[in-house]
Design a protein around this ligand. Structure first.
Ligand code: PLP
Length: 391
């Protein structure tokens, strides 16, 4: 029997990943500046939490919605750090932020509902929307305005079918950080138009140069308007543990819990104990991750200046530089072709802008290890200077 469902995916990244995997399998060193994760080891508190759970036999089915202790710690983390006002009943433990978004769209979308998505976007937003028969309404933003959704752009893209706005703050792939005033305006328009805001805040801990992070969960007057997605992945360098959180009205949390009970039955108990340990040590772990990533960001900036002679602005948040091909001295618009060639020829993995809905750009991740950042950038610059990318 053949499968008949069309599952939306990103073919550009699939091609890039398969070239990289083939090279690695052949023992070739790949400078991976494409991965969206801080390449740091798990913090000792996290490892100890997981090991103690295993040793004490805490390996049975967990509660479907997650351990109460973890739900409480997650609510306290968001309340204390970002001025939110959640209780543990507002919290659902999920297998990573991505699955939180998946479940939420599965629950909320009906055929042809429109989901407003800000471009450049994280590719899973339109893919998951389509999976549940919604229609992505892509709103193009501009570098000149720091890739922000403005109130005017939002107003122009609201139709009678608009149901959800997905807002990613801090932003992948642009590093944009929304300020309080930006969010206030967006939330007010959403409320006036009965649009639910899914606020994807998985990079909230990765803001640089001492900039504050403002959460959509901190606007208590818009509490019913916001479904918040959080995660341990980027904030505590825990991508492989697969722990995320949905924070929402209890009615929504209860319905999402029913979906989990018929799918995954909850999140791996050992990972939940690792997350409990992380949330009991938020300050030291998140400071360490953020400082490490700020250092990497600055090393990458140095690379752009030194190797490319590029006067580029550092991103305020997240893990990425989103750079115009033109600025790198590459005279073509096809980002997928460029990334494929760079990987094939000099073993540097990058993500094409086309993946994020924006041609003519490339995303560089500074989650990679220091030496890979330096060497990868030098190899790329030498390659461009040698004329290798005159396509
Ligand atoms: N949201 C954004 C914008 C992301 O970039 C990612 C991961 O790359 C996620 C959500 C999902 O993170 P996780 O499922 O690891 O929590």
């Amino acid at each position: 029997m053949t499968a008949t469902k069309v599952i939306p995916g990103s073919s550009d990244t699939v091609i890039i990943n398969s070239i990289a995997q083939n090279k690695i399998a052949l023992g070739i060193k790949v400078y991976n500046l494409s991965a969206g994760e801080p390449k740091l080891p798990s913090n000792p508190h996290i490892m100890d939490g997981a090991i103690a759970a295993i040793r004490h036999g805490k390996t049975f089915y967990p509660p479907v919605a997650g351990f109460p202790e973890l739900k409480l710690l997650a609510a306290q983390w968001l309340n204390q750090h970002y001025g939110c006002n959640y209780t543990s009943e507002n919290c659902l433990i999920v297998n990573g932020g991505k699955f939180g978004i998946y479940l939420s769209l599965q629950l909320l979308l009906e055929a042809s509902d429109e989901v407003i998505i800000i471009s450049p976007y994280w590719p899973s937003y339109p893919a998951i929307t389509k999976l549940f028969l919604g229609t992505p309404r892509i709103v193009q933003t501009h570098a000149s305005n720091d890739w922000k959704l403005t109130p005017e752009l939002l107003q122009q893209n609201i139709t009678p079918k608009s149901k959800i706005l997905v807002l990613n703050n801090a932003t992948n792939p642009t590093g944009t950080l929304y300020q309080k005033k930006d969010l206030e305006e967006i939330l007010s328009i959403a409320k006036a138009n009965h649009i639910l805001v899914i606020s994807d805040e998985v990079y909230s801990g990765l803001t640089y140069d001492d900039q504050d992070y403002v959460s959509c969960g901190a606007f208590l007057e818009y509490k019913d308007q916001v479904l918040l997605i959080q995660s341990c992945s980027k904030n505590f360098a825990m991508t492989g543990w697969r722990i995320g959180f949905v924070m929402a009205d209890t009615k929504i949390i209860n319905m999402l819990t029913s979906l989990i009970s018929q799918s995954t039955s909850g999140v791996t108990s050992v990972s939940q104990y690792a997350a409990i340990a992380a949330l009991k040590n938020v300050q030291p772990i998140s400071r360490w991750v953020c400082e490490s990533m700020q250092k990497n960001r600055n090393i990458m900036l140095q690379g752009f200046q030194e190797y490319f002679g590029l006067d580029i602005k550092s991103p305020a948040s997240s893990l990425y530089y989103f750079v115009a091909l033109n600025d790198l001295g590459i005279a073509t618009e096809s980002s997928a072709l460029v990334c494929k060639k760079i990987l094939e020829e000099v073993n540097v993995a990058l993500v094409p802008g086309s993946t994020f809905g924006k041609e003519g750009y490339i995303r560089f991740s500074f989650g990679a290890q220091e030496q890979d950042i330096r060497t990868g950038m030098k190899l790329l610059s030498d390659y461009i200077k040698s004329g290798g990318l005159n396509l």
